[in-house]
Design a protein around this ligand. Structure first.
Ligand SMILES: [Zn+2]
Length: 175
């Protein structure tokens, strides 16, 4: 704002005054500006009340006892953590197995009981047909038999590994 008529201390509007109140209180205004705010507040009830509110707020903030958290603050926070619940879940945490050992990590078609049984049946039939001479003893029948066993074998191996991990976890829990 222009200072050319500051000697005449032209009146501030209420908006201008209230915008300057914080800086006025902080002592951050130039002398002429500060004087204009002072004069406006002296004659304006609204702005005087606003100034009073800001002064009260500043006084309240300055009267706060400590800015640092009290010494026992950390301990109180830690004490509020439900460690009993956390410890009660220790068994569950240890019982967890790697994701690739979870049944859900197998593709859905491999988990399907029908696929596993059908695959095993195909493998059995292929081996039996070879043994009885119905099918020639070729790489094709070997591959068919082996492929038929894949879903069931993967499922069974995964289940065995999972049970092993769980058993190890539980013996560790008891120790
Ligand atoms: Zn005013």
């Amino acid at each position: 704002m222009s200072e050319q008529h500051s000697r005449e201390a032209p009146h501030l509007t209420c908006v201008e005054c209230q915008r300057s109140l914080q800086e006025y209180l902080d002592g951050g205004l130039e002398k002429p500006e500060s004087m204009r705010v002072f004069l406006h507040v002296r004659d304006c009830t609204d702005c005087a009340e606003e100034l009073g509110r800001i002064e009260q707020l500043v006084a309240l903030l300055e009267s706060l006892p400590e800015r640092e958290p009290p010494a026992e603050f950390d301990a109180r926070i830690l004490a509020s953590v439900p460690y009993d619940s956390y410890r009660a879940m220790a068994g569950l945490r240890r019982a967890r197995v790697p994701v690739f050992l979870e049944e859900e990590s197998l593709p859905a078609w491999m988990r399907a009981r029908a696929v596993r049984y059908a695959g095993t049946a195909i493998a059995v039939v292929a081996v039996a047909a070879r043994l009885t001479g119905l099918l020639p003893d070729t790489a094709v029948t070997t591959v068919v038999a082996a492929a038929g066993l894949v879903p069931g074998a993967a499922y069974a191996l995964q289940g065995m590994a999972r049970r092993l991990v769980l058993a190890l976890g539980q013996s560790g829990e008891r120790a």
